[in-house]
Design a protein around this ligand. Structure first.
Ligand code: WTA
Length: 648
């Protein structure tokens, strides 16, 4: 079946095979209508978890603050572990770990429960209490998941910092969260090399200003065996400390509204925001969406390739799947190590049935060619997922054909660190798919596309993506800064949460998210604030000013393009550009490294002195320059245009 999408090319509708639909978890075509009674819908879904105390109210709305499942008490780790121990799941594989260098470990639910309880007891012995924060700076190994669940078990909030962040980025996050304990490894593996995580922690800690009791201990898990410097009285080897830890640790009954974790994410200002998620609503949201969108069955082997340092790792590698009693695959390394068929080898070996990955990975696989997936037996796959950035129809089709063998539905899932759970995606047994569209809001979720005045646009038009009604896994606040929460998310459009994204609606009511309209760049599905990169550049002693924009990149989606002006009297020299790029890597991490840096004596500004990023973006993209009427000095623009090619 084909349909026309306005003036855009024809786009096909794809229906999941009948065989798939007839066995799907959700087969009721009315499910979206049922979700319109949000309170009733989420009340029903709340029952999927085990609660120590039932809730009194599904949600209370004190704009822009919402409370979900008020009065209810539960524990996230209990829901991911204890409740699976009574029946047949006790000896089911909870976590299959594939190490980069070929080592492998399988933990059953019973194993995971035991190790989490021991780790939780270790944290308790270090005086970690309910409400304390614990920073986790680790690679993708089982102990990372264990550490997260151990925190959840005793009611401490974990703050996972992606292992690719630099010592300085780590410092900012520990400082803001005032973590009592940091958990790390000696190092991590990346394509056969090692990265010194513990050394980064050592570098980060001395400059932290503690308000009280922060970073009293550092727990070090041995992974690479590289030499580390252990500080007496502060640093503890995990394998030694855990030896005598009891295997029993009661799960702390938490208020539904209590904090489960903080996750830092980039926004429009230089300082990352600590997004706070809470136990009750978050767990209900991720558990429901995980089961329905991934059509989870008891026998599935589910693999989410996201790093636990990002929200996808939190919601759909750890909390969603484990709360549903799934078998998860955790892979430590790179997709091309030791060969470019590594993912398919893992799928073949474990007979993975559900694969959830990012468009940037799919585009990379496309570039490498079909021979790699063809060389392995990946016929066990039955459902594919995509997340993190818009998936272009070409990549969608390649994924569908060469990975899914034209039999697996693709669930393109739109959501954010702040939303906690998937907000738009197909429910695969009932939703027809369109390549490049995340289809429709999840049942019980209300999303609108509005014009600059905040009025909904008619079907067929584009606008800003907003969420008007509260949803269970919504962020509670920005850590320690309720005002920033209200200002950042709830002030642009009256009465609505602004996502920062632009989207269009087609005649069938399908959503097409086109990307961010704020100062956030999406590089390989990772959010990077332009202000953060600019701050890192201007921190360099020779730089006067910097402006960064995202430019379209064939594989990464977007790449950072930086315009830099040097201080008065400084002239460029050989190697300066690389020096500036390295400086950004040291300040933030390699994910923020600009692909291009262009040196200019001046940057285009408005008469009031604001840098005109819009024009810079036009230049970076190599397209016609837009409206220049507010530009203070047109000569700057001519300089940029003329010298771009020369500097490349
Ligand atoms: C983008 C990742 C189009 C979007 C879960 C959003 C997407 C930002 C999609 C959040 C998708 C995520 N289609 N765009 N399926 N999924 N995005 O916080 O711009 O790392 O605002 O959360 O990624 O990124 P974050």
């Amino acid at each position: 079946m084909k349909e026309k999408l306005g003036s855009v090319e024809e786009r096909e509708l794809f229906f999941p095979p009948k065989e798939f639909c007839s066995k799907a978890v959700i087969q009721n075509p009315e499910i979206h209508e049922l979700g319109q009674d949000r309170e009733g819908f989420w009340n029903e879904q709340g029952k999927r978890l085990n609660w120590f105390e039932p809730w009194d109210t599904v949600f209370e709305w004190d704009y822009p603050f919402a409370k979900w499942y008020g009065g209810g008490k539960l524990n996230a780790a209990y829901n991911c572990l204890d409740r699976h121990l009574e029946g047949a799941r006790r000896n089911k594989a909870a976590l299959i770990f594939e190490g980069e260098s070929g080592d492998r470990r399988v933990l059953t639910y019973q194993d995971l429960y035991r190790e989490v309880s021991q780790f939780a007891n270790l944290l308790k012995s270090l005086d970690v209490e309910k409400g304390d924060r614990v920073t986790i700076y680790m690679p993708m190994i089982p102990e990372t998941v264990i550490a997260m669940l151990a925190c959840a078990r005793i009611g401490a909030a974990h703050c996972v910092v992606f292992g690719g962040f630099s010592a300085e980025a780590l410092k900012d996050r520990i400082q803001d969260s005032q973590s009592k304990v940091v958990i790390t490894t000696d190092g991590s593996y990346r394509r056969g090399n090692t990265i010194p995580l513990k050394a980064n922690v050592d570098q980060a800690l001395p400059s932290i200003t503690c308000i009280n009791n922060c970073v009293e201990s550092v727990i070090v898990v041995k992974r690479t065996g590289q030499t580390v410097n252990m500080i007496e009285g502060r640093d503890i080897w995990y394998h030694e400390a855990i030896k005598n830890a009891s295997i029993h640790c009661p799960a702390e009954p938490m208020e539904a509204d209590d904090m489960l974790f903080i996750l830092y994410t980039s926004g429009t200002t230089g300082k990352p925001k600590g997004v706070v998620h809470r136990v009750g609503g978050y767990m209900v949201g991720v558990s429901t969406t995980h089961e329905w969108i991934f059509d989870l069955k008891e026998e599935d082997v589910y693999w989410c390739t996201a790093d636990v340092g990002w929200i996808t790792g939190h919601s759909y590698l750890v909390y969603g799947p484990l709360s549903n009693g799934a078998t998860i695959v955790l892979y430590e390394g790179a997709p091309d190590y030791p060969e470019k068929d590594r993912y398919w080898e893992i799928v073949e070996k474990n007979r993975v049935t559900i694969l959830y990955t990012a468009p940037t990975a799919i585009r990379t696989f496309m570039k490498w060619g079909e021979s790699y997936p063809l060389s392995k037996d990946i016929s066990s796959l039955r459902l594919l997922g995509s997340v993190g950035e818009p998936i272009n129809p070409e990549a969608w089709m390649w994924y569908y054909k060469h990975i899914g063998g034209e039999r697996c539905p693709i669930v393109d899932t739109w959501w954010q660190t702040e939303t906690g759970m998937i907000m738009m995606a197909p429910v695969p047994g009932i939703t027809a798919l369109k390549p490049g569209s995340c289809t429709k809001p999840f049942p019980g979720v209300h999303i609108e596309i509005v014009n600059p005045m905040g009025d909904p646009v008619p079907k067929g038009e584009s606008g800003y993506l907003v969420i008007r009604e509260p949803w269970p896994a919504m962020l509670k606040t920005v850590y320690g800064d309720d005002k920033r929460y209200a200002d950042t998310y709830w002030s642009q459009f009256s009465g609505a949460y602004f996502t920062g994204d632009e989207a269009k609606w087609d005649d069938d009511g399908y959503f097409w998210v086109t990307g961010r309209v704020d100062d956030v760049i999406n590089v390989s599905g990772h959010r990077i604030g332009t202000a953060e990169v600019e701050g890192a550049l201007t921190d360099h002693p020779l730089v006067a000013e910097a402006a960064c924009v995202g430019r379209t990149h064939e594989v990464k989606g977007q790449a950072v393009f930086a315009f830099v002006s040097l201080k008065e009297g400084i002239s460029a020299y050989e190697g300066l550009i690389n020096e500036l790029k390295t400086h950004v890597v040291q300040k933030i991490g390699s994910l923020a490294r600009p692909d291009d840096i262009f040196l200019s004596t001046e940057l285009p500004k408005t008469r009031s002195g604001k840098i005109m990023r819009r024009l810079l973006k036009d230049i970076a993209e190599g397209r016609e320059i837009g409206d220049t009427s507010t530009l203070a000095d047109a000569a700057v623009l001519n300089f940029l245009k003329e010298n771009m090619d020369a500097q490349k």
